[in-house]
Design a protein around this ligand. Sequence first.
Ligand code: URA
Length: 440
Amino acid sequence: MSSREMTEARPEPFDAVDVIRTKRDRGTLSPGQIDWVIDAYTRGVVAEEQMAALNMAILLNGMDRAEIARWTNAMIASGERMDFSGLSRPTADKHSTGGVGDKITLPLAPLVAVFGVAVPQLSGRGLGHTGGTLDKLESIPGWRAALTNAEMLAQLEEIGAVICQAGSGLAPADRKLYALRDVTGTVEAIPLIASSIMSKKIAEGTGSLVLDVKVGSGAFMKDLAQATELARTMVDLGTDAGVRTVALLTDMSTPLGLTAGNALEVRESVEVLAGGGPADVVELTVALAREMLAGAGVTGVDPGEALADGRAMDVWKRMIAAQGGDPDAELPFARETETVLATTDGVLVGLDALAVGVAAWRLGAGRARRSDPVQAGAGVELHVKPGAVVRAGEPLMTLHTDTPERFARAMEALSDAVVIAPEGSSPPHHRLVLDRIYAG
Ligand code: URA
């Protein structure tokens, strides 16, 4: 072979403009086009502006089930796949589409592990108004998020539960694509959200998966129809990939539990693990645990009992200690607090999730850019939930931060968050679990 032949680039089998035109004109992308466009984008051959145009065409014209499955597989193929088949326990994972005060992973992972199921919970950091599981756990002194694959496997075998940072090797195409969607108004495309989430979950190698698809003001999906479509798409993707997958659609019109913020949410999770805690957090933890256990083939057990009798707490302590954390250490408190008082007598009929999430974020619990630090103690602590009778002057919530100059902007976010109606009124009825979507 001549040196010229050795250095000449291989011709590309497709043209990015043709792929964009196919979807722009409401056509179906061929498997070859999809495999190529994801691979070529990851290699830098398809330019950012070309992928942006294709994403917009997908947002406007959609993809069918076969296209979404192929797109997801192409993203999986861009990176490594994990393998839990050597474990002596079945594996079950949970993914939440993100909400305000959603700390369920913390009590859930150890709870499910009590019953001999391994829970590999690869988690992320928060961006925007929804919190990140790793940010929450990092408020525990000494706890570390980064584990090697070998450490993760050993912990799953010995303790049964791991919550750690997802390695950068899983679906790297998704990381690049997500950053592009973020700045091109294409995050909301259901095929792109579903393939983004499921490529990482399938690459992770879990045997079964429970999706908690949030619906309401504090969630990605504001209405039930959209959330149902997203859940159905993800359940189909998981099922087609051989992962036993179900989804619960759950309410996110008001925050989950009484806290939004890192250490505040860890404290509340520990209360749940001690057999107490807010009823909604307990209800959802138990509902998701039942689904995960069923997916892993464990039936006829009562997860609620394992919260009440301390077995889940024992696993929690071992799980935290295995990652360098001190489960008995005092958690950080913010240096400053300010209390929001009821301005009138009546019944609290609305407490908006999005507003509370934005307030917690502005107080320092979340970040605006990936590189920003978070405050461990910052956030919002609720004293009442919708349905409570309140009196003028009574505390509704306490805001926590290390940087008191943040109070004003947090208060602004909360200006329309609280609705108090005359006594005798009742809040709109929202069941916590709205629906269940299973393979079909
Ligand atoms: N979470 C993801 O991982 N991807 C999305 O597209 C949206 C939420």
